[in-house]
Write a protein that binds this ligand. Structure first.
Ligand code: SF4
Ligand code: SF4
Length: 250
């Protein structure tokens, strides 16, 4: 079994948000409900301040607090390490949203705050889906939280389960530069114009993700909380990972 993980090199990330757009298109997301977000924040005291940015997907934690609290086992860990939501089971109680320290979950019936019209009204759904987007991913798999989100459930990044789960068993790296693995690679990794993202098997010592983590001192966000994220950040000389939840967002 694989243990899929992601590495994001903060020295290479230029904050362009192509990953956010790619994720939205791939997963039929509502504007403003970004499964993969880039958070901009300010560090330091005036006048010595710096604007920084930070890409933040679901961490697909090894020890996920969202799974522990779900009363109906709708949130679960798949065999290859992804943390998923079964939309057939979810009762929309939002316990998982409170338990997740990374703020990466979305409840359907909340209005996405992005400053534009309510897209659920503009593209009304006639069936169980919460909206009828003008573009749609071809896949629909509610057991794995894939497709257009239905009413009254919680959703989040799936590590592009619909792509990654089709990769041949034993694959160490899902590299968009390799024609053999590109179609299985998460959309954000494929799209990143600077190659700041890597995706591979954390349980395989030969995988590129493990090499990057080892050679460049990969760190995890809010590691002291014990969730053991399967997303690692490379900070290098210049980058940094925010150490607290109280970021001053801008
Ligand atoms: S980041 Fe949050 S939603 Fe994702 S696995 Fe961890 S606790 Fe669950
Ligand atoms: S909102 Fe759904 S996934 Fe989250 S804890 Fe409640 S039932 Fe489980």
């Amino acid at each position: 079994m694989a243990k899929w993980g992601m590495v994001i090199d903060l020295e290479k990330c230029v904050g362009c948000q192509a990953c956010t757009i790619a994720c939205g298109m791939e997963n039929s997301r509502l504007p403003g409900e970004h499964w993969q977000d880039v958070i901009f924040f300010q560090e330091g005291e005036y006048p010595n301040t710096e604007i920084k940015w930070f890409p933040r997907p679901c961490m697909h934690c090894e020890n996920p607090s969202c799974v522990a609290v779900c009363p109906v086992r709708a949130t679960y860990k798949a065999e290859d390490g992804q943390v998923l939501v079964d939309w057939n089971r979810c009762i929309g109680c939002k316990y998982c949203m409170i338990a997740c320290p990374y703020g990466v979950r979305f409840y359907t019936e909340e209005k996405a705050t992005y400053g534009g019209p309510n897209m659920k009204q503009v593209f009304k759904s006639e069936d169980a889906h919460s909206w009828n987007p003008p573009w749609k991913m071809p896949q629909e798999d509610w057991k794995h939280g894939v497709g257009v989100q239905p009413h009254d459930v919680v959703s989040k990044c799936t590590f592009c389960y619909h792509r990654v789960s089709k990769a041949p068993k034993g694959t160490a790296d899902l590299d968009p530069q390799n024609p053999a693995t590109r179609e299985y690679t998460p959309a954000c990794v494929v799209t990143c114009p600077t190659g700041a993202r890597f995706f591979g098997d954390l349980s395989n010592p030969d995988s590129e993700v493990n090499k990057q983590i080892a050679y460049k001192n990969g760190v995890r966000l809010l590691d002291h909380l014990g969730n053991k994220p399967q997303v690692y950040y490379l900070t290098g000389e210049g980058g940094s990972v925010p150490a607290t939840r109280s970021l001053k967002k801008i």
